[in-house]
Design a protein around this ligand. Sequence first.
Ligand SMILES: NC(=O)c1ccc[n+]([C@@H]2O[C@H](COP(=O)([O-])OP(=O)(O)OC[C@H]3O[C@@H](n4cnc5c(N)ncnc54)[C@H](O)[C@@H]3O)[C@@H](O)[C@H]2O)c1
Length: 271
Amino acid sequence: MGSGIAQVAASNGCQVTIVDSSQPALENSKSKLKSILNRLVEKGKINEEQSKSILARIHWTTKMDEISNSNMVIEAIVENLEIKQNLFSEMESLVSDICILATNTSSLSVSKIASVCKLKSRIMGVHFFNPVPLMKLVEVIPTEETDKKLLSEVKSSLEGWGKSVVTAKDTPGFIVNRVARPFYSEALKIYEEGLADFATIDWAMKEFGGFRMGPFELMDYIGNDVNYSATKAVYDGTNHDPRYKPSPIQKKLMDEGLLGRKSGRGYFDYS
Ligand SMILES: NC(=O)c1ccc[n+]([C@@H]2O[C@H](COP(=O)([O-])OP(=O)(O)OC[C@H]3O[C@@H](n4cnc5c(N)ncnc54)[C@H](O)[C@@H]3O)[C@@H](O)[C@H]2O)c1
């Protein structure tokens, strides 16, 4: 997600620093972005000059302190409350008081992430969808303490990037991930009950339901770790409402590292 957000920001003239604790993840981000931009040039969507200037605006690093001069930081690391809280504490100690701190969390409480910070008025959720350059929708999630003026500035900037922005309450899964949970869980139940295999369920949803991707294809695209964490966060956040209970299959896939496209295997094999 971080690379996609960076691509959109840089395409709209922002200087971007991508920070990741993993050097291989940075290499992967760089090479994927280069091939995406090459494809856009081949298709005539952008020219060579634009491609070069987008790349020139992005800097990849493992050093967190390189965010210190930023006006805005969008966190898009692993979907884990404690790890995000630790990062927000660290970021707060590195940036100036006027830097906006946003989280791209899919489902965790933005207030809980912000709770570890001293200056909470500049913290909000800014939730993009995958793939970021193609998906127009962005949810912005203020907490009780988010500065309203900052929120409206962020919304205007995102609209300037061509996004359709909706303000969501800081509730489990916000709007889209709350609504999307049954799409996955019902499909998993159909599989668990032995009614159809993954490919057949996906086929039916595309053929008869008009969906661009079936639930299993989509879970593999999102990442089965991210999807399981989002389901669990909504389940936990709704006091274990049985409608949102994760399937054991989701956990099994995550535990076994069958994360979907990014690991080469999930519900389907991509090797
Ligand atoms: N995958 C999706 O479709 C999707 C959609 C919307 C939002 N999100 C949210 O975006 C966030 C990232 O999801 P993703 O799919 O890009 O995950 P990912 O696993 O593909 O990427 C996360 C990256 O964060 C890095 N990282 C982990 N801990 C770090 C730390 N402490 N400091 C610096 N880097 C660290 C990892 O090395 C990895 O490269 C999650 O909060 C997720 O819920 C994901």
